[in-house]
Design a protein around this ligand. Structure first.
Ligand SMILES: [Zn+2]
Length: 76
């Protein structure tokens, strides 16, 4: 698809590293499936995947973590 940020680049399937701030927690998730603009590098993440990222951060926050870094694992 066409990038909506720069209105020039095309997005390609790839992976992103996403950082979320959630209360006292900094959650970093690597290898998140995303579409990435070849021109400006803007990352587009599916709603389903975004929801998954928030549940990962929520679970880590509840476990008392302040910093959590992990790879994205597709929900079973
Ligand atoms: Zn772009």
């Amino acid at each position: 698809m066409k990038c909506v940020i720069c209105k020039y680049g095309e997005t390609v399937e790839g992976f992103a590293t996403v950082t979320l701030e959630c209360g006292g927690l900094t959650q970093v998730v690597k290898k998140v499936p995303a579409r990435v603009c070849q021109n400006c590098g803007e990352q587009y993440i599916d709603d389903t995947v975004a929801g998954e990222l928030f549940s990962i951060a929520d679970a880590a926050a509840k476990s008392g973590a302040e910093v959590d870094v992990r790879h994205y694992l597709k929900a079973a």
